[in-house]
Design a protein around this ligand. Sequence first.
Ligand code: ADP
Length: 464
Amino acid sequence: MYLILITCDMKKVIYIAIVSVIAIFCLQGLWITNMYRAYVAQSVGTMQRAMSTSIGKEIAFRRHGSPYKDSKHPKIVHKAVGDMTLEERSQLKGDTLDLDLLTQKNIGSNLSEVLVQLMQDELIKEGKYILLPKLDSIFSQELKKIDVVANHCILLYNKDTTIMNSIGTLPVSEKQVGTTRLFPIGTKGLQFIQVKADISLSPFLRDMLFILMESILLVLIILGCVVYLVIMIRRKDKLFKQREASVNGTVHDLKSPLNNVITLMSYLKKKLPEESLQKLLEDTAGQAKGLVNDIEALLVTARRDRQRISLQKTETDLLQLIGHARESIAAQYRGKPHQIILESEWKEVKLTLDSLYITNVIRNLLENALKYSDDGVKVIIKVRKKHREVTLAVEDDGWGIEKKYQKKIFTQFFQVPREQVAHQHGYGVGLAYTKYIMEAHGGSISVDSEPGKGSVFICRFPIE
Ligand code: ADP
């Protein structure tokens, strides 16, 4: 049973490990994609700043002068219109600028930018259009200054955003590239500049490579460990199965000589005249029966997941089985002062069951009551009939079982930890076997116990 459980759990653990590794890769992929997007946005931002500077430099080149020094230009007044008196406003010449509107239209966000745009207007009016080759060379120099290598092209759009002209090494139709915003040339929105750039992945990959390699290495180490563990567990599993098979075989082979010895002893008992010798033989036979019972329990519980138990059900008197079990336990525990009392309102309780297995169940419960108690223990067996079931309760005034262990005692190999080692008896299979046999009969078993006061084990048999 444990082996199968281990195999099931192992499969689950392997699936979890594989899913986790896939999840790690997906998260890494997502993280890298986000990082790449951030990198592209950052690169586009850098290009926008470079283009903004380049446009400023290009216009300076085209104009050879400054509006502030030009006597032909009207004086520029830095005051909001709302703050002026009517008199002041009547003295103003030329146009007034609505900075909010210009910002909205993306023409300029501050006065100096707007002034540059006004210069653009003036130059365009004079027929001095933007010089794309010059702008390109200034832009390339700007990029070089900040160590950005990008295959790019500069596009000139008209007011309907159709391309009028372009310059650069990157084909205009290229789609998977970073694109800057449209830079308006002048305040009238007649021309726009835009940069398309194939943002180089190498600096990004360079930064990412170390982290990527590290995580791939870690994931590979984890995978390696999981694979190694799986191989080791499989090997151990195989070894364990082989060992289990040989132990089960040996244990099984022990059963028949023991049964022969028991038969021989009961034969000899009848032949021997001395009562003391008869008792000795009876005790030894009782112990041998106990051992056969333990062997049976071990074998049945070990095979339970591979092989369903086959029951030989016949109509049997439960009270008769209790009698047999009681006799054999009494013989086995002759050395321990005890009392086993049977309480039943009925002289006969007929049930359809496998008498061999149910005798073992009753034996187990009686034996436990005697094993886990002090001398002079009183064991009461109560048989009751309820609507559609018969209950068999084995009650003792022994050591009892703590609440926290009451569920666990029905699992294979579990033994209640006792302070004194001498108080640990058996192999922890008796109750697992008892539960299995009861369930195979469509019944159940439960326990009610209090440490220091005693326990009561209740078996429920359905009436078919
Ligand atoms: P074992 O072969 O060790 O007796 P069992 O499966 O029969 O295994 O019992 C499991 C544990 O339950 C035992 O270790 C014992 O401590 C506890 N136990 C079972 N029956 C009783 C009882 N009547 N009184 C106190 N403890 C009990």
